[in-house]
Design a protein around this ligand. Sequence first.
Ligand SMILES: *Cc1c(COP(=O)(O)O)cnc(C)c1O
Length: 366
Amino acid sequence: MKVPFLDLSLQHCALRQEALAALAATYDATRFCLGKDVEDFERNFAATLGYPRILGMNSGTAPLHVACMIAGFGPGDEVITTPFTFISSAWGISYVGAKPVFVDIDEGTFNLDPARIEAALTPRTKGIIVVHLFGQPARMDEIMAIAKRRGLFVIEDCAQAVGAKFRDTPVGLLGDVGTFSFYPTKNLGACGEGGAFVARGERIHTQARHIRVHGSDRRYYHDIVGGNFRMDGFQGALLNVKLPHLGRWTARRQEIAGRYLAGIQLAEVQLPAQTDYGRSVFHQFTLRHPRRDALREHLARHDVGTDLIYPVPLHLQRCYAGLGQGPGSLPIAERAAATCLSLPIFPELTDAQVDHVIASINKFTG
Ligand SMILES: *Cc1c(COP(=O)(O)O)cnc(C)c1O
């Protein structure tokens, strides 16, 4: 039996007719940039997931950039974030000329460790970018307590956590700004690039709405420096087709994760931590094993696709060598990068495929 790490074609084949009809309607109406499809999506997404208001943008990197502009981070400022994430979590900090400060993670959840944030604060610390990695909410209560005490601007990178809640609050509403990505491989994927921005406060929402269209409220009049962060109409149209299925897809991801958690019985394996403050939406199912590379080869021999997410923590990326956080400086993240292995977890996997992954893992003797 073959189990690919990810196969996007299954979901898109199932929705093909409905999706192409929606795209055709957008084409015929020439609603190419923002417009009705995007407005409908913003309203639907907000209503479905419990947000007061949403702005569609043209990637998951875009709202992070916009959030850093609104936060007012700049040269001389330090912004704390996690080294164990996709690089984009840190890009916004660099785009506005501030300095990313990478803080080590929690061993079990792979997310920022509040105690280490506390230890990394300096008089120059202006904000925190929290990432709800792999769909698992971070410890927002403790992080927000630090932020409130120090007056820090908090951005939640929810790219991997669409539909997740911290206790009863949808992720993205605990900090000042939340950001989403609809990159095709995400839990809710567009047919191209896409993202979204959510702000708890009306004022920040309005600022972001202006920044999205060149700092403009009125065509050809520019009150603030903005950019082009618009979502395109085709993405809004396709996301409207997919959104009604998200709840079912998330439940299936959680079901698959439950099967993995109950079935994998391998010495020395560390399974993803479950917490009482937020259930993961399992964008990834990432385990750890001291002989990760051998386990990966063993699974490949059993036709099981896996991936290394992430093989190199951000502080060791060449682009951030100048920050001076060298090898050994963030040992938990470095160990995670060296031992993590992500298993197939997408809603269209069959139980038989999941059981094949489990049986193959349990046979590993390396
Ligand atoms: C995917 C992702 C992003 C960026 O999204 P793009 O849509 O690729 O720009 C940001 N942060 C995290 C954690 C991601 O996984």
